[in-house]
Write a protein that binds this ligand. Structure first.
Ligand SMILES: Nc1ncnc2c1ncn2[C@@H]1O[C@H](COP(=O)(O)OP(=O)(O)OP(=O)(O)O)[C@@H](O)[C@H]1O
Ligand SMILES: [Mg+2]
Length: 240
């Protein structure tokens, strides 16, 4: 199976703090990989390194076969940050056009993509609304749409469903599954264990270290627990 993300002894220090501590990840093409861990365990830091936004202190990472940092991966990856980063003075439609232009989409393609993405996040009625007037959940939806605009091969989604209502969360998951059927790989973080259960594999991180990895069933089996939540508590409490 082709590995699309590999890290080798990845370390990121902030002063004395080891936010990422000899992390070894392997993520395969076409899987939904859930990156699960307590607040402050290093998930966002890892994703920022993999997206080329942050330099590691030491270690190596490879994304889509390129040793990063490598700007050639930018058009091939989509990144939805945990903190929504949109321009408040643009409308929803202008936001999509703005990011589409950055990725070099032509006018016709952009119009088509805008329709598809607004339908996906159920925001067609908000097209002319200013970003500054959107609710928190709506901004989150738009941020997800933006990360998908250029049809990336690999998606880094940092808590993509926070603040999103249950109905839309379900359709997001259906969409993620459709994407993987087309060979797209999804690395996402979540604090919702029902979502973690829907991932192909889950990596549990604690204090910057990967403490367990496997399918949800494997993790339950290994810990002799009935739910992924109990497996998670087993790993975050007992190891270290
Ligand atoms: N720029 C920074 N400067 C100093 N410390 C930082 C910086 N960014 C992150 N940290 C610290 O690194 C650790 C890991 O943070 P990170 O954001 O990666 O955690 P996380 O697993 O994404 O947490 P959450 O679930 O709350 O989003 C935390 O202790 C955080 O305070
Ligand atoms: Mg985070």
């Amino acid at each position: 199976m082709k590995q699309v993300v590999v890290t080798k002894d990845l370390v990121k220090k902030f002063g004395e703090l080891r936010a990422v501590d000899r992390l070894n990840l392997q993520i395969q093409k076409g899987e939904i990989y859930g990156f699960i861990g307590p607040n402050g365990s290093g998930k966002t830091t890892t994703i920022k390194i993999l997206s080329g936004l942050l330099r590691p202190t030491s270690g190596e990472s490879y994304v889509l076969g390129c040793r990063i940092p490598d700007p050639s991966i930018f058009p091939r990856i989509g990144y939805m940050p945990q903190e929504v980063a949109l321009y408040p003075d643009l409308t929803v439609s202008q936001t999509i056009s703005f990011f589409g232009e950055i990725y070099g989409l032509g006018k016709k393609e952009m119009e088509k993509r805008e329709e598809e993405l607004l339908a996906f996040v159920d925001m067609k009625a908000k097209r002319k609304e200013m970003v500054s007037n959107l609710s928190g959940g709506m901004r989150h939806r738009l941020s997800l749409a933006v990360s998908l605009i250029h049809k990336p091969e690999l998606l880094f989604l940092d808590e993509p469903t926070v603040g999103v209502d249950p109905e839309l969360r379900t359709s997001f998951w259906e969409y993620f599954r459709d994407l993987t059927e087309d060979g797209v790989t999804v690395l996402l973080t979540t604090h919702y264990m029902d979502e973690a259960s829907r991932c192909d594999r889950v990596g549990m991180i604690r204090e910057g270290k990967l403490v367990a990895v496997g399918t949800p069933d494997q993790l339950k089996e290994k810990t002799n627990t009935q739910s992924l939540e109990d497996a998670f508590l087993h790993y975050v409490r007992r190891i270290g």
